[in-house]
Design a protein around this ligand. Sequence first.
Ligand SMILES: NC(=O)c1ccc[n+]([C@@H]2O[C@H](COP(=O)([O-])OP(=O)(O)OC[C@H]3O[C@@H](n4cnc5c(N)ncnc54)[C@H](O)[C@@H]3O)[C@@H](O)[C@H]2O)c1
Ligand SMILES: [Zn+2]
Ligand SMILES: [Zn+2]
Length: 375
Amino acid sequence: MKTRIALLREMGKARPYSDSKPLEIVEAELDDPGPGELLIKMAAAGLCHSDLSVINGDRPRDMPVALGHEAAGVVEAVGPHVTRFSPGDHVVLVFAPSCGHCVPCAEGRPALCEPAAVAAGKGALITGSKRISVGGEHVNHHIGVSAFSDYAVVSEASCVKIDKSIPLDQAALLGCAVLTGVGAVLNSGGLKTGQSCAVVGLGGVGLAGLLGAIAAGARTIVAVDLAKDKRDLALKLGATHVIDPTEEGAVQKLRDLTGGGVDLAVELAGAVPALQFAYAITRRGGTTVTAGLPNPQAEFKIPAVSLTANEHALKGSYMGSCVPVRDIPRFAQMMVQGQLPIPELMTHRLKLEEINEGFERLAAGEAIRQVIIFD
Ligand SMILES: NC(=O)c1ccc[n+]([C@@H]2O[C@H](COP(=O)([O-])OP(=O)(O)OC[C@H]3O[C@@H](n4cnc5c(N)ncnc54)[C@H](O)[C@@H]3O)[C@@H](O)[C@H]2O)c1
Ligand SMILES: [Zn+2]
Ligand SMILES: [Zn+2]
């Protein structure tokens, strides 16, 4: 069948993206879903910094690629041997599918699924297939999802069924910003009621993390960002304190405020200075978690002895260390009950053809989560 996709042919185009238009809306041919695959009619797809990092070359991928990874939609058709899904099911797309059998999957860490990482690196689905072509040539899938499309063929391992009462535009954010941000705080960071927490970087992922910390009942919640409007929004959402990390004496101020630093500092900015700040404001015996995805060349240096002398735990967090079939319904329920007010993070609703303007806005720091709504 035919579908429109947002195709990236070349990374590193000059800004503003509203002029250079790195994403081209083209008509593509989509194969029928193969064994274990689903045809999804996309309902909504969010613009995440990880997409921007492919556009600007910070997170290189093979070109051309059909971009987009944070989405929700409706199952239109199922391929052979699919038993868990039927047409009409509502699903959240997951950017790290899991095979269920490799060592990380067997250990309950599906975000680290090894065959999924290999398939993503090849621009294929975890089933091994490539289902999108333009002008007779296959294009790469983006981490098994390729969400900026009217329709997509994905592996059933990339989908989690959700209740039909959940609005699909909000559900889209569950797939990345919420899994990553809330998961980094609750799963990777293990934040407990009454602890102190700092979130460094207040984009869509960071503010979702902040909401997670509030829901967990953290005592002190410090929100950190370079941008004043992001800090103001964090205060409105329930942060107890905000801080500009470039302010003179910011680290000391925060240590004074929290009696020596926070129990948990979570870096959700994707910038090494943000990770350095998060590390510096973690108390002795505390934990620093990072879910940022900076350029592969970027390095982070710490005094080696600080890990030992301070029993400082430093942890990476991919997809919030989530088990999607457990955590998507759990976070969806928290959203429905008002504990995770995710709609507060949705600043713009776009048409697919407005995608380059959307990425320019994200690059300029002028949006939190922008969601493409499909007809
Ligand atoms: N680990 C994962 O599974 C995963 C999943 C999704 C996104 N990510 C990554 O998370 C990061 C955030 O994504 P997003 O979509 O929220 O991005 P975003 O662009 O919406 O937000 C980033 C925020 O960080 C702030 N920031 C930048 N440098 C800072 C600094 N030195 N100190 C404090 N704040 C700073 C910016 O002002 C901005 O508000 C990106 O690196 C993205 O690639 C990781
Ligand atoms: Zn993302
Ligand atoms: Zn696996």
